[in-house]
Design a protein around this ligand. Structure first.
Ligand SMILES: [Zn+2]
Length: 384
């Protein structure tokens, strides 16, 4: 009866078809969200692997290692004994399902995972902690895990070396946390987070990390005080830095606007705020042009930074070029980094999380190291 009616009255059945289409795409969306994305050193996707959640812990099939770590790996699994042997990079790892101990030979090393490997539907599965904790002991790699976005980045250790590349010690990097003081709060989130505090937290975290990695960082302000643009520029140019990073947060009337954004000062770029930028431009054109001498370097650094921070971003970060008064008088390569939208609930939540602040700071330090190393290398090649 229902079928006959359906064919007789196609227009009435259209909503049912639409409902099915929506249902299918919705479930497809959920399926996509249950994968972990593996990312390589250059930000490229190595694999997208479906995970199983067991007691809120992410588990991945042991054979994932073959795709993302070592294609030569063998992983014989002894079903009755529930014992998994991984042979990779000249090492042999022995694991038992339900047991958190990992034994590695040669060397008789023992590691304790924070969750045991498990046989799920007869398949040996490894907890996410295995990837984070064990892989760096098997090869010269570093592993970064982003729980919120379910991403793992496996990159060569040399990128984030504890030893300082030649010449890097001479680099002075100026970090400029925007706003500050009682009357310049910047933008504000619904949960009471101020831009001036977020950017200062990130700046201080960068400074803390830089001490461990031999980079000289100067902050334009290290406490909650008001600084004019001129004062910031004076501090910056007096320190004769090699790189300038201005930190800000965004706000929008549209609550769904979110994400990290990068800006470079380019007077030929698209004007950022049509109504206010034009009169300022006329007066400041000469100053803006001086920063432009560093346009190429600013673009280079921005793209390194983009690659590093993309790991933390839901959507790929966009670099925009505008005439930017904030960077106009800065006589060195410079970028303006907007860490997220405080008007967006997701971004505001992330930016109030100290772990996320630390991840951002780490990403910025990585980018500085990578960029300074590449500049030093090309300087060496040119005989400077
Ligand atoms: Zn701002």
């Amino acid at each position: 009866m229902w079928l006959r009616n359906m064919w007789l009255r196609p227009f009435e059945t259209l909503p049912i078809f639409l409902f099915i289409v929506i249902l299918v795409s919705a479930t497809h969306g959920i399926a996509q969200a249950s994968t972990v994305r593996f990312i390589g050193g250059e930000g490229e996707t190595l694999a997208e692997v479906e995970f199983t959640l067991h007691q809120e812990i992410v588990y991945l099939p042991a054979e994932t290692l073959k795709t993302v770590f070592d294609s030569e790996m063998t992983h014989p699994y002894d079903h009755p004994r529930k014992q998994l042997t991984l042979k990779t990079k000249g090492k042999e790892l022995r694991l038992r399902m339900g047991n958190t101990t990992v034994k590695i030979d040669p060397g008789k090393q023992t590691f304790i995972l924070n969750a045991p490997p498990l046989a799920i539907q007869g398949q040996p599965m490894l907890p996410i902690d295995f990837f984070k904790q064990i892989l760096p002991h098997l090869d010269d790699v570093e592993v970064q895990y982003n729980h919120t976005l379910q991403r793992i980045r496996i990159m060569p250790k040399t990128v984030w070396a504890t030893e300082i590349p030649d010449g890097t010690r001479d680099w002075i990097i100026i970090i400029d946390p925007g706003h500050g003081g009682e009357d310049d709060l910047g933008c504000k989130s619904q949960n009471g987070l101020f831009e001036k505090d977020v950017v200062l937290n990130v700046a201080k975290e960068i400074q803390k990390l830089s001490n461990q990695h031999g980079l000289s960082i100067r902050l334009t302000r290290d406490q909650d005080i008001k600084k004019t643009r001129i004062q910031r520029v004076q501090t910056t140019n007096r320190n004769q830095g090699q790189l300038f990073v201005s930190l800000h947060c965004n706000a929008s009337f549209l609550p769904n606007h979110k994400g990290i954004r990068l800006y470079i000062n380019n007077p030929n770029g698209q004007i950022r705020f049509k109504t206010t930028a034009l009169p300022v431009l006329g007066k400041k054109r000469l100053n803006i042009l001086t920063q432009v001498n560093f346009l190429k370097q600013s673009q280079d650094f921005a793209s390194v930074l983009q690659k590093e921070l993309n790991f933390l971003a839901e959507n790929p970060i966009v670099i925009s070029e505008f005439p930017l008064i904030t960077l106009a008088d800065v006589h060195m390569p410079a970028v303006l980094l907007e860490l997220g939208y405080l008007s967006n609930i997701d971004d505001a939540t992330r930016l109030s999380n100290p772990d996320h602040i630390a991840e951002i700071a780490e990403g910025i330090i990585r980018a500085i190291q990578k960029y300074s190393t590449s500049v030093n290398q090309s300087a060496n090649l040119n005989g400077f």
